[in-house]
Design a protein around this ligand. Structure first.
Ligand SMILES: NC(=O)c1ccc[n+]([C@@H]2O[C@H](COP(=O)([O-])OP(=O)(O)OC[C@H]3O[C@@H](n4cnc5c(N)ncnc54)[C@H](OP(=O)(O)O)[C@@H]3O)[C@@H](O)[C@H]2O)c1
Length: 313
């Protein structure tokens, strides 16, 4: 089968080549992939470290080619969206059925391919905060793949949403269109304390966002895009003066269980046009290097989608 292979002599470390077809375990379905979406983490961390020839990739949408032998999961021919630690960047992937969501017939599989890492991380991180109705939620890295879903889902959950971006001037309108009530350049600039934080950047932004938490509030540390340490000044963890019982929760999507219903729900909302998948780059997978370069160079805010069979666009 054709696949994107790790090849560090190629641009962005990826080359279109061939790989053996995966052999599904009894609890796995074989999926014919139509589209995949890139995530910052896999491009920045996994591609430079994986052995040459590896087929990476977390997110893929496609159609069930062969149902799981144990009878679990969707039937042959069902459009699906899938998540796994590797294997998405190929024509065929084998996936555990508890990481397969179903997709409405006729949906744009490219748009839906943005759901697994970006959408499900946003949804599960918001669940960790607790009820959102009438509460204030701050999202750092709000213009990115996860951040755009987090802004929309927090708004749909009834929160007052504060979005943080390094460039509020240029990107503020986009974030307000997604549902942000307030767009600021740093967490410290938020107008009032917040009950929850979805932090996608880490470092200084995490420290500032923690300082904004009200009593009983939760910061979910999802991402670490800044690559900086978190240095809390003396006194930052005091609990007096409205700062009692504030939590920092670590997060790992693949540590979450029962994700299939979430993938189905998010795919259905993307297909219905109720959630914007935030696609800011789309092309055939022969242009993978171009998309990866744009993501790493921070020229791409939102999701890059690769269609497997599209002519070079
Ligand atoms: N723990 C998990 O399971 C999990 C799951 C999903 C994602 N993640 C992590 O969450 C983070 C966000 O993922 P994503 O896919 O949304 O990434 P993304 O699309 O690259 O978005 C990250 C956003 O963060 C902002 N940012 C601020 N400082 C940055 C810096 N120094 N470098 C890069 N971006 C910076 C950028 O927005 P502005 O330029 O507008 O400020 C950018 O749009 C990543 O660290 C990713 O690895 C973790």
């Amino acid at each position: 089968m054709r696949a994107l292979l790790v090849d560090r002599s190629a641009p962005a470390g990826l080359r279109l080549g061939t790989a053996p077809e995966p052999e599904p375990a009894p609890h796995q379905a074989l999926i014919r992939v139509a589209a995949t979406s890139f995530n910052y983490g896999e491009i920045s961390h996994l591609v430079p470290e994986a052995p040459e020839g590896t087929v990476l990739g977390w997110d893929a949408a496609g159609v069930v080619e062969r149902a799981a032998a144990d009878g679990s999961g969707p039937a042959v021919g069902t459009p699906v969206v899938t998540l796994a630690p590797a294997g998405a960047w190929a024509e065929l992937r084998a996936v555990d059925t508890d990481l397969i969501g179903t997709v409405p017939e006729g949906a744009d599989l490219g748009a839906v391919s943005t759901v697994p890492v970006a959408g499900a991380s946003a949804l599960r991180a918001l669940h960790r905060i607790g009820p959102l109705l009438g509460r204030r939620v701050l999202v750092t890295g709000a213009t990115g793949g996860v951040g755009r879903y987090a802004v929309q889902l927090a708004r749909r959950g009834g929160a007052y949403v504060v979005a943080v971006t390094g460039d509020p001037e240029t990107r503020g309108d986009t974030l307000r269109a997604l549902g942000a009530h307030e767009v600021v350049g740093t967490p410290a600039a938020a107008s009032e304390p917040v009950h929850g934080v979805i932090d996608l950047v880490g470092g200084k932004q995490l420290v500032e966002a923690y300082e904004k938490l009200s009593e009983g509030g939760t910061l979910v540390a999802v991402g670490h895009s800044a690559g900086e340490p978190e240095q809390f000044p003396y006194g930052a963890l005091f609990g007096n003066e409205g700062r009692h019982d504030r939590t920092v929760a670590s997060f790992y999507l693949l540590g979450c269980t029962n994700l299939a219903p979430d993938l189905s729900l998010l795919a259905q909302q993307v297909a219905a046009g109720e959630l914007d998948p935030g696609v800011s780059w789309r092309g055939g997978w022969q242009r993978a290097g171009e998309a990866a370069d744009a993501l790493l160079g921070r020229r791409l805010h939102g999701k890059a989608v690769l269609d497997l069979d599209a002519a070079a666009a």
